[in-house]
Design a protein. Structure first.
Length: 306
C-alpha cells in the first residue's frame, strides 16, 4: 500500500519518534506537551498511514512492531535534518540563547566543565549549562534522545556510533597536606615506595565502598600493597579531607592542580597508568552551528585545537 505523504505532517512524525523512544503513550504525551487522548489520536492516524499497528500493548507499556523498528533510524535522520534546516546558519555567541546539556563525572566537572564555563560566561553569557552525572549513563540512548548534548567519558565507554574527540591524556600524582611529616621540603619530589605503602591512603570509588583502584593494581604487579583506610564517592570532598588529616591520595593531576591552597603534589613512587578523556556527541547535533561552536570552544579550552 502506497503512503499518502499529504497525510503525514511534522507533528505526526514527532509523535511517532516520541512513542518509539518512550514506549508509552503517557510519557510520549508528556514529552510533547500534549494530552494522552491527543497522542492516541495521532497514533491512530499513523497506523492508517502506514497500514500497520506500529505498537502493541505489553505489561510495561507498548512495544514497536517490526515495521515501527524499521522506521526508527530513518525517522531520527529525517527529524534531525529538518531541525538543522530550520536553524539559523549564523551563530553569534554574544547574543545566543541555548542550553548545553553535558554528562560528566565530578572529575570531568573540575577538569573540563569549570574551565569551559568560565569561557562561556565571558564569551557567550546567554548559553546555559546543565551538568548531569555520567556514571552508568546509557550514553548513546541519552544523546540520541536529546537528554544530553555532550558526554565527557573515556574511549572504552564511547559507543562507535557516536562522534568523538580526544581531549587530553591524564596522569596520576600523590597529594598530601602542607605540613604533613612526609611533605616537608618534598614538593614535586617522589615518595619512597616503602613509605608510600606504609601511609594511610584515601581513594575515590564512584560506585562506593571499594578500597582498591588503579594504584593497587600497579602495586600488585610488583608484589606490594598499600593501606587504604578511606573510600569516598567524589573528588570534590577529597581536598578538604586531605587538608585536615595525614591521609595521602593518588589523584588525577588536573584535580590536584585545581585544588585550593594547602596541599602538596608529589610524584608517585611507581608507574601508575593514566587515562584518556574524550568528548562524544551524536549526529543529532553534529551540524548544528551552536553546538559546533560550543564543541570548538571546548577543544580550545582543553588545549586540543579545533
Amino acid at each position: 500500500m502506497a503512503i499518502d505523504i499529504r497525510a503525514l505532517d511534522l507533528n505526526l512524525l514527532k509523535a511517532l519518534d516520541a512513542l518509539l523512544d518512550e514506549r508509552s503513550v503517557t510519557r510520549a504525551a508528556r514529552r510533547l506537551s500534549l494530552t494522552q487522548p491527543a497522542v492516541s489520536g495521532m497514533l491512530m492516524r499513523l497506523r492508517e498511514s502506514f497500514d500497520d499497528p506500529l505498537f502493541v500493548r505489553t505489561q510495561r507499556g507498548i512495544a514497536p512492531t517490526l515495521r515501527a523498528q524499521e522506521l526508527a533510524g530513518p525517522l531520527k535522520e529525517l527529524l534531525s535534518g529538518i531541525e538543522t534546516m530550520l536553524l539559523p546558519r549564523a551563530f553569534d555567541p554574544a547574543t545566543a540563547r541555548m542550553t548545553l546539556n553535558i554528562a560528566s563525572t565530578d572529575y570531568a566537572l573540575q577538569a573540563v566543565v569549570l574551565p569551559l564555563l568560565a569561557q562561556l560566561r565571558r564569551i557567550a553569557p546567554g548559553v546555559r549549562v546543565a551538568v548531569v552525572p555520567a556514571q552508568h549513563l546509557p550514553v548513546l540512548e541519552r544523546l540520541e534522545r536529546g537528554d544530553i548534548d555532550l558526554a565527557l567519558i573515556t574511549p572504552e565507554y564511547t559507543p562507535p556510533e557516536l562522534y568523538a574527540r580526544h581531549l587530553f591524556d591524564e596522569r596520576y600524582v600523590c597529594v598530601l597536606r602542607e605540613g604533613h611529616p612526609d611533605a616537608q621540603g618534598a614538593k614535586g619530589e617522589q615518595l619512597p615506595l616503602d613509605r608510600f605503602c606504609a601511609l594511610d591512603h584515601a581513594l575515590v570509588s564512584y560506585d562506593g565502598g571499594s578500597f582498591s583502584g588503579v594504584t593497587d593494581e600497579a602495586l600488585a604487579r610488583i608484589g606490594r600493597t598499600r593501606q587504604v583506610v578511606l573510600s569516598v564517592t567524589s573528588f570534590l570532598v577529597l581536598p578538604e579531607i586531605l587538608r585536615t588529616s595525614d591521609l595521602i591520595a593518588v589523584v588525577p593531576e588536573r584535580v590536584a592542580r585545581a585544588a585550593p591552597p594547602g596541599l602538596v603534589i608529589m610524584e608517585p613512587p611507581l608507574p601508575i597508568p593514566g587515562f584518556v578523556k574524550t568528548v562524544a556527541w551524536h549526529e543529532r547535533t553534529h551540524r548544528s552551528p551552536g553546538h559546533r561552536w560550543a564543541r570548538s570552544l571546548l577543544f580550545e579550552t582543553c588545549g586540543c585545537g579545533d
